[in-house]
Design a protein around this ligand. Structure first.
Ligand SMILES: [Zn+2]
Length: 121
């Protein structure tokens, strides 16, 4: 793959990684054991406020796991760039369309395979 393009995609991935990490930091903190813990929101002591806190906490829980998944994808894309395996479809081994990678640098399958997969569902 073209070096300039690869550098551009690496930059995009790094930028996205920083963004996701910042989002995670916003709703969580590192616990004493080093594990990520979701912040428990505090709005007040009334019943309504407590209910809102629980709802927000549960939203944050699922948001955090989504963000973590995103981070995982980014890390494996960066790893693939390092290993020189980036940009290959994991199903058919063909090169993934550059436009697709630019739009979504964490893509691991080509459009044709993606289409086949979605049709199967
Ligand atoms: Zn493919």
């Amino acid at each position: 793959m073209d070096k300039t393009l690869l550098a551009q995609l690496t930059a995009a991935l790094n930028e996205e990684q920083v963004k996701l990490q910042a989002e995670i930091n916003k709703i969580s903190h590192k616990g004493v054991d080093g594990e990520v813990a979701i912040d428990f929101p505090s709005h007040g002591e009334s019943e309504d406020e407590n209910a809102a806190e629980v709802a927000e906490f549960s939203d944050n829980l699922s948001l955090e796991s989504e963000l973590e998944d995103g981070l995982k994808d980014i890390r494996s894309a960066l790893k693939a760039i390092e290993n020189g395996t980036y940009g290959k479809c994991k199903y058919c081994q063909n090169t993934i369309d550059v436009q697709r990678l630019l739009a979504r640098p964490t893509s691991t399958s080509c459009i044709a395979c993606k289409k086949t997969l979605t049709q199967e569902v």
